[in-house]
Design a protein around this ligand. Sequence first.
Ligand code: C2E
Ligand code: MG
Ligand code: MG
Length: 607
Amino acid sequence: MVGDAFQIGLAATGACTHEVRMEGSEIRPAPTGRPKSDGEAGAVGPEIAVLVVEDDPAYGCLIRAQLMSGDAALLVRVEEDFEQALALLCSGRFQVATIDHQLGSNTGLELIELARERGVEIPLVLLTGSDDPNIEREAVEGGASDFLAKSEATARLLARTVRFNVQRHAASAALAQREQQARHRALHDPLTGLPNRAMLDEEVANALNRLHAEAGSGFSLLYMDLDGFKPINDQRGHAVGDAVLVEVAQRLRGSVRAADCVSRVGGDEFVILLAQCAHEVDANRIGDAIQTAVEVPIDLGEESLRVGLSIGINVVTDADASPADLLSAADAAMYSRKQERKDGVGIGLVRTNAKSREVSLDGRLRGALQAGLVVPHFQPIVTAASSDVVGFEALARWTDDELGQISPAQFIPAALRTGLIVELGRQMLLGACGWASRIPGKSLVSVSVNVSADHVRSPMFDTHVREALSVSGLDPRRLQLELTEQVEWEHDETIDARLGALRDDGVCLVLDDFGTGYSTAEVLARFPVTAVKLSRGLLVGAQASPRRECMYGGLVALGRRMGASVTAEGIETAEDQAFVQRAGATHIQGFMFGRPMAAPDVLTKAA
Ligand code: C2E
Ligand code: MG
Ligand code: MG
C-alpha cells in the first residue's frame, strides 16, 4: 500500500529501485532516481501526475516502474483500494490515470463510470489482461479515454499513451475554451463587457417566444442615451470617455436583476430588457432608479464628471411585434423624452482630490478570487421555538486593499456579469464545507451556501459540490444549497437532474428569497426543497400593511404545507421575532441572534 514515504525494489524487472516521496498533493521521484539512457525515456516534457489503479501490488509496482522508466517526468502513485482510488480521482490531484480492468470484486469500468458521473474529466486509460474483443467497445462507451492490453504494455508504450492522452485532453480543453471565448466576443461589447446588439436581439426574440407561450406575461425595453457624453469624449479624450462608459455600464448592471439583460448598442446608447416586467408603473419606477444611479457624479480620481440619462420605455405585452420594431418604438420614446428634457443636465465638472480609483470591479474581483480575498462569513440560524443554533449561512465577504469592504450587492452582479460566479461559488463551497467540518462537538450543525443559477447551470457545479464534500469530509446532510429566486430558474432538465442527484445523496436544497422572485409556486413544485427562506424585505412590508401581513402568513403556510421548514430572515428586534413566530416560521436568522462573522469567531462561539 502506498504510504507517506516508501521504498520499492523490483529486482525482477530491474527497472526501479528508488524512493518516492509523497507530501500532501505532491508526488515526486527522489533525486536518486534511475539512470536515463538514450534508449530509455523519451524527451522529457512537463511533469505529469499519474494515478495507477491496480489491485495487485506487485503488478502496480511494475507499472509504476515501467511508467517512470518510460518517461522521467511522470510522477506516479499506485492505489489498490477501489473507494480510495475514486476519492483520488475526484481530488483533482492527477492529470491522468491508468485503471486495471479487474479490481478485486469490482471492475475498472465501474470505477470509470462512477468517476465520470462525479465529473472527473481527466483521461482514464483502461488496462486489461483479457483478450475479449468486446472490452474495447465497452471501455469507450463506459467513459474510458483509451485502452491498452497488458500483454502489449511496454514501458515506452505505457508512458507514451499516458502523455499522449494528457496532451490530447489539454488540446481539446483549449479548443473548447477558444470556441467559448469566440462566441463571447461575438456577443459582447469589448469595452464594457455587456451584451452587444446581436445578443440583445437574441434576448428580445427569446422574450417574445416566452410571451407567446405564456399569455399575460410581458417584458419592458428601456432604450437609454447619455446626455452630455459627447463633450466629455471630445474635450477630455477617449480614455476618459471610455472610463465613463464602463462606470455607467456597471451602474446599469447594478440597478437591475441578474435575469435582466443590460446591453450596449451604440457609442453611448444602452438598452435594458427587463424580464417579467409587464406594467408601466413598475417599468417607470425602475427607470427612475436607473436614472438616479447614472446621474450621480462619476469619480475619476482627479476629477468627477456628471452625465445625464434619457430613457424611452416600451412595455411589451403583445407577442406579435418584431424585435426591430419594438426597439425602434423604445428609441423613439427616448428621443422625444430627450427633447423635453431641457434642464441643463449634461456635463458638470467637479474637481476633487480623491485617490485614483479603479473604475471596473471586474478585474479586481478576478484578482481577489485568485488571491483568496473573497471569504465566507457565517451567520447563525436558530430555531424559532428555542433559539438553538442549528446552522449557519455562509455569506461572501470581500475586503479590497484600496476600496475597503465591498458589498455582495455590488460584487455578485459583477461575478455574474463576468462568469466569475462559478469560481466564487467553488471557493465558497470549499471554504464553507471546510469550516463546518471543523466545528468541534457540533456534528449536526448545518452550513448553507448560496448558489446562483449560472453556477448550477455550469458543467462544473457537480464537481465543485462533490469536491467540497470530499476534501472536507463533511457529511452531505450537513450541507444546504440556497437557491435564490431573484434569478429565473428557467425549466432545464440538466439543472433538475443535477439538483435531484445531490438531494438523493443527502444534500439539502433551500429556496432563498421565497415569494419575492419568479413563479414561486412553480419553483417550489419543481425542486424538492427542505426549507424556504423569507427575506427581510417581506417582513418589513408585512409589518406595514395588513395585506402584506396576510401574504407573509400565506407564504409561511405554503412552505410548511410543502413539508419544508421556513426560515424568517432579517430578525433585528423582539417585535420582529414575535411577528414571525406568530406567522408560524420554524427558524430565524438575523442580526438579533448574530451578524455574519469571520470563521474563527463563530468557531469559538459554537465550540
Ligand atoms: P441572502 O442569501 O438572502 O442573505 C441574507 C442577507 O441578509 C445577507 O446580506 C445578510 O447579511 C443580511 N441580513 C441577515 N440578517 C439581517 C438583519 O437582521 N437585518 C438586515 N438588514 N439584514 C440582514 P449580504 O451578506 O449583504 O448578502 C446579500 C445577498 O448576496 C445574499 O442574500 C445572497 O443572495 C448574495 N450572496 C451573498 N453571498 C453569496 C455567495 O457566496 N454566492 C452567491 N451566489 N450569492 C451570495
Ligand atoms: Mg441566502
Ligand atoms: Mg435570503
